[in-house]
Design a protein around this ligand. Sequence first.
Ligand code: SAM
Length: 276
Amino acid sequence: MPRTKLPVRTRANSDKHDLYENAVQCSEAELDFVDTTYKKIRGKRAKALREDFCGTAATACEWVKLRAGNTSVGVDLDGPTLANGTKRHVAKLTPEQKKRITLQQRNVLNPTGPAIGVDVVLAMNFSYWIFQTRELMIEYFRAVRKSLAKDGILFMDHYGGADSYLEIKERRRIGGARRGYTYVWDQAHYNPLTGIKTNHIHFEFKKGPAWKKAFTYTWRLWSLVEIRELLAEAGFKNITVYWEGDDGRGSGDGVFKKTTRGEACRCYIAYISAEK
Ligand SMILES: C[S@@+](CC[C@H](N)C(=O)[O-])C[C@H]1O[C@@H](n2cnc3c(N)ncnc32)[C@H](O)[C@@H]1O
């Protein structure tokens, strides 16, 4: 039987969270790193995970799929985003997997209920940069530390390099001819006096209008030095940075290795682990 062709992608027939996930998120690879690193550090597997700033909770869902016995809690402030994740991700889990995941609509600064005593807290895609002062960032780190089990570990990502200070756009084509689109990362504004930057994500389509400012983030561009100092001030131990390798063509290779020395490159992504 001939297959019905999907319509050419336009803004009208797209879900912005789906476009976002395809362009910037790879929950499987992220969890592979977190799972392996936790095991290396603690000599056992993590079971209970909390995904802070979870958005559509794609990663929290992957965690319960990874192993029977894994549990996850996704935390986000935004109700419509959580509802989107419930419809597109949680709904696809088996009834048994659904029993092992909880989504909470609340501020990550106020952990409650089953989110306490977890083995791992994730703060990914730089979302913790929403906290723009030292006081708020320390308050967040202290709240995370309190909610970790005694051998729990916080995992975060971080980006930097010369390009991160510039007002520039990066464009990337995602997907094929009919369903493909262009992802635009727009570093629209940066104030060197405050470190505050405004970034937008736009999506462009072959047909019809673009989705301008589908997402906007007002973040402080924190340095790795500042974040390591604040983690230590909040009481974390063994704060470790994992630097991404080079694919030989000027891009990252997706392999992150523990290091005490980074590189003065134009653009880098790193992971950080911080132990309770
Ligand atoms: C960049 S998205 C991250 C989505 C996903 N976790 C990822 O890795 O791509 C940031 C999310 O953080 C949420 N958020 C912002 N401030 C928050 C806060 N104080 N507490 C909980 N969620 C917050 C927003 O609603 C948004 O869904």
